[in-house]
Design a protein around this ligand. Structure first.
Ligand code: CAA
Length: 258
């Protein structure tokens, strides 16, 4: 498929999607979000791909929703178009792990897109923020909810109510990102992480990410019950037999995703 606002490639078993609208710091316009959704679905359906990386440029992962595109929209227009819901949430439906590899600005919808991914790997120049309050709006792609769950209420309040940005060190300390790597190594490190996930049994990787994501949305009791169901169901796979037999036989497992 011909894309205009993203670049799509595979590196080994990892699908890499690069947001590519440098003149607008990867502002997330409708076309870009539609292309991103299509590319994500494409990699999810591709059996040769085991994990997906979303990244941007060294200067910006994404500077937010496209302010110029949305500034004149009316309430009925955004309501009936299901703005955000229709184009932005595809990433939440992807079964394979999705890694956000963030360098530079991840602001507003850019920070929210990163948080919708399964985890965030940060370059040492990454900057995270929810500056919507400066525009007379609030975060609209889950920022007020996901930030609280990952960094807690006080820090989320400060970021959302003042628009202050967090650098990579603070973001790691606050548990917004899993790790910081030098900016020059960001893609290599993200792909390496994706390769590790892709080398494992796909059903267990998909279920593990699903179970962790459920922790965001339910009570502990329900979450543990959900995890237990998935855990027990994995005893029906050939990969569970292979993984455990390989351990007992002191050899490397050979997973077939069955
Ligand atoms: N939408 C549209 N265009 C944007 C943009 C955005 N979110 N962010 C940057 N751009 C454009 C700028 O208008 C500029 O275009 P021109 O050259 O045509 O003027 C170009 O990208 C480069 O930007 P700057 O000249 O501003 O670059 P800078 O290095 O001086 O500043 C920045 C960088 C601090 C990120 C600044 O661009 C900025 O503050 N951007 C807006 C950030 C923001 O408010 N994001 C939230 C958007 S609302 C949202 O996301 C809602 C939601 O929750 C879904």
């Amino acid at each position: 498929m011909a894309y205009e606002m993203i670049l799509v490639e595979t590196q080994g078993r990892v699908g890499v999607i690069t947001l590519n609208r440098p003149q607008a710091l990867n502002a997330l316009c409708d076309q870009l979000m539609t292309e991103l959704g299509d590319a994500l679905r494409g990699f999810d359906a591709d059996p040769t791909v085991g994990a997906i990386v979303i990244t941007g440029s060294p200067k910006a992962f994404a500077a937010g929703a496209d302010i110029k595109e949305m500034k004149d929209r009316t309430y009925p227009a955004v309501h009936f178009d299901d703005f955000i819901g229709k184009r932005w949430e595809t990433v939440l439906t992807i079964q394979k792990p999705v890694i956000a590899a963030v360098a530079g600005f991840a602001l507003g919808g850019g920070c929210e897109l990163a948080m919708m991914c399964d985890l965030i790997l940060a370059a040492d120049n990454a900057k995270f923020g929810q500056p919507e309050i400066n525009l007379g709006i609030i975060p609209g792609a889950g920022g007020t909810q996901r930030l609280v769950r990952s960094i807690g209420k006080s820090k989320a309040m400060e970021m959302v109510l003042t628009g202050r940005m967090m650098d990579a060190v603070e973001a790691e300390r606050a548990n917004l990102v899993c790790r910081i790597v030098p900016a020059a190594d960001l893609i290599v490190e993200a792909v390496k992480m994706g390769e590790k996930m892709a080398s494992l049994s796909a059903p267990s990787v998909a279920m593990a990410k699903e179970a962790i994501n459920v922790a965001y949305e339910t009570t502990l009791r329900e979450g543990v019950r959900f995890e237990r169901r998935l855990f027990l169901s994995l005893f029906s796979t050939e990969d569970q037999k292979e993984g455990m037999s390989a351990f007992a036989e002191k050899r490397k497992p050979s997973f077939t995703n069955r």
